[in-house]
Write a protein that binds this ligand. Structure first.
Ligand code: 5GP
Length: 125
């Protein structure tokens, strides 16, 4: 089954410059910006500029250049947040929600990077 991308979703509108955002970092194929309703002192969203609906769509259909670019930018966000354990940071959590069970609200692939406080159990049991 094909992935159906809604180009009116809020992150598509951010990428087109129709909605403002607080940009953290930008690269050729990706954008990182602060979440509008942060769940932690550090809460940055990393998105590809291409029209991918969710994690599996991005992993299966993005080009190698897009995939590398995305993850390099995500690593740079961890450094921006001063959260890298290897550098004395206290760590962070990455989350990607997909579909109804994942609780995804915005249908454009995004990686949440959360930091700045203990983040509790991974999921509710
Ligand atoms: P999801 O539930 O899809 O994984 O996460 C969507 C995230 O996007 C939420 O954390 C929400 O706060 C964030 N968000 C929704 N609309 C906007 C917006 O207009 N700007 C920014 N920066 N974040 C948004």
């Amino acid at each position: 089954m094909a992935y159906a991308y809604d180009d009116q979703n809020v992150f598509a509108r951010i990428l087109r410059g129709e909605i403002p955002n607080k940009t953290v970092l930008e690269s050729e194929h990706s954008l990182a910006f602060h979440d509008i309703a942060p769940h932690a002192p550090g809460h940055v969203l990393v998105i590809p500029k291409g029209p991918y609906v969710n994690f599996d769509h991005f992993c299966l259909d993005a080009t190698p250049a897009e995939i590398v670019d995305f993850h390099r930018l995500a690593g740079q966000v961890c450094a921006f947040l001063e959260a890298q354990p290897s550098e004395g940071g206290a760590g962070y959590r990455t989350i990607s929600n997909a579909g109804p069970h994942g609780g995804q609200e915005v249908p454009h692939y995004h990686l949440h990077i959360l930091s700045g406080r203990p983040l509790g159990p991974m999921v509710q049991r």
